[in-house]
Design a protein around this ligand. Structure first.
Ligand code: 4AD
Ligand code: MG
Length: 428
């Protein structure tokens, strides 16, 4: 088949013409004299009709689901066919015969996860991966257009950035080390060199909770900038989210629609986003009959309750200092709180971003470490950032799968990454 390949998604432009397709058998049904093979490639599916007199008919008849094949044939409109087109095949060739496919209809989630390496071929996951790819591209574009440099930081580190309880320990040549929870501490050092930096990389959390929003390994889009205030950072965050959402909506509207994403809600995602303080969040929750004690984190249930008041993502700012990491800038107007924010998605999707302005005063950082039982010895290099030309700076981190989950309206975050790592799964 010496012809140039046509993608299935493009066949509407080739009506009446002969095309060559390559793909996998998505569905198949054959009689004595005819085989109906629905072929799948990354761009879509199409029904291909193979008659008995056609070269390769025997192969077409035998080929089980997920066999790979190439074929030549003429594109015909057919209103009954899914997608409105059908291929009248003149030559059919199986490239790789498939064994009996282990995934049938109505399989349990566990079986699907065990066969993830095959299940990623399914139509819904393919759509989600396309959306995810656009999201990642849009994040890069956003930061590069604003003069941010992409940098990389180590995945193996000796320090906790976030809560110690979610650290993954690794043996490191006889020393104890951890998989990184966030690039932030190293990024703060880089911000004194390149000023505006960003990165998209895996972060690791030994999350013991089984929720629909937590992975053990997730992709973290993080940014850090010198000489900016907390308010500048919030503006950057709302602009980034809006840019990514609108870009993705433009490019993948069809996928998002088919996945059941909330197009109307997403279209409204434009700056500014509302800002409420943590204190105000507790008051709002109290009115709804949900009691949260000062200092407690907001759980899924509580952010969902708050989200009912907002049509767009919204910030919860100024959290209690005692419950937050040592690096957050004390709020000069209310030293019980810090200059930080969580960005909460509308609906059920919870926290999209965590960020803060960073404490510049080494004395305050040391005091915070002391009250949190952290040994400053392990953070000597980090403290040097304050010793040598400390400047105001701020940054944030966004979970790529969290954003993908919201855009695709995916029930579980694990479907927003090809090979999810969760508390009970590191295979395949
Ligand atoms: O709120 P977090 O823990 O903030 C930080 O790591 C900061 N050091 C970031 C920074 O300022 N550079 O995590 C940031 C985001 C969360 O808002 C959430 O979207 C995502 O990372 N995230 C997770 N996503 C999936 N699975 C998990 N277990 C996640 N934990 C956090
Ligand atoms: Mg957080």
């Amino acid at each position: 088949m010496e012809m140039e390949r046509t993608m299935i998604g493009d066949i509407s432009r080739k009506e009446g013409k002969e095309v060559k397709l390559q793909g996998w058998v998505y569905r198949t049904r054959s009689g004595k004299d005819i085989a109906f093979v629905v072929l799948r490639d990354s761009s879509g599916i199409v029904q291909c009709v193979v008659k008995k007199d056609v070269k390769g008919f025997d192969d077409a008849q035998k080929a089980l689901v997920e066999s790979s094949a190439e074929l030549a044939g003429v594109v015909k409109t057919d209103e009954r066919a899914p997608g409105g087109y059908e291929i009248k095949v003149s030559n059919f060739k199986v490239v790789g015969f498939a064994e009996d496919f282990p995934i049938k209809e109505q399989q349990s989630p566990e079986l699907l996860l065990d066969h993830r390496h095959l299940w990623i071929r399914s139509q819904n996951l393919v759509k989600i991966f396309k959306v995810r790819s656009t999201i990642l591209g849009a994040i890069h574009q956003f930061f590069r257009d604003r003069g941010f440099y992409e940098i990389q930081s180590p995945s193996i580190t000796r320090m906790a950035c976030e809560e110690g309880s979610t650290l993954f320990e690794v043996k490191y040549f006889g020393e104890k080390a951890y998989l990184t929870q966030s690039w932030q501490l190293h990024a703060e050092a880089m911000a004194s060199a390149l000023e505006k930096v960003y990165c998209i990389a895996p972060s690791f959390r030994a999350e013991k909770s089984r929720t629909r929003h937590h992975l053990a390994e997730y992709w973290h889009a993080e940014a850090e900038a010198a000489w900016i205030t907390h308010d500048d950072s919030l503006k950057l965050q709302e602009e980034m989210i809006s840019h990514v959402v609108q870009t993705t909506l433009k490019k993948n509207r069809k996928e998002i629609e088919e996945l059941g994403g909330n197009i109307k809600e997403l279209e409204k995602v434009k700056p500014p986003f509302a800002r409420i303080t943590y204190k105000e969040a507790l008051e709002r929750l109290k009115k709804k009959g949900v009691m949260v004690k000062w200092g407690e984190d907001l759980a899924d249930l509580q952010t969902r309750e708050l989200a009912k008041d907002f049509e767009k993502p919204f910030f919860v700012i100024n959290w209690p200092k005692e419950s937050k990491p040592f690096y957050m800038l004390e709020n000069p107007k209310d030293p019980k709180t810090v200059m930080n924010a969580d960005l909460i998605a509308p609906g059920e999707f919870g926290e999209l971003i965590g960020g803060s302005a960073r404490e510049t005063d080494i004395g305050k950082i040391l005091a915070n470490m002391k009250s949190q039982g952290i040994d400053p010895k392990n953070y000597e290099w980090y403290l040097d950032i304050r010793r040598f030309g400390s400047v105001p700076h701020a940054g944030f981190g966004m979970g790529v799968e969290r954003l993908t989950q919201w855009l695709c309206n995916a029930e579980h975050i694990r479907d927003c990454i090809a090979f999810p790592r969760t508390i009970n799964r590191v295979y395949p």
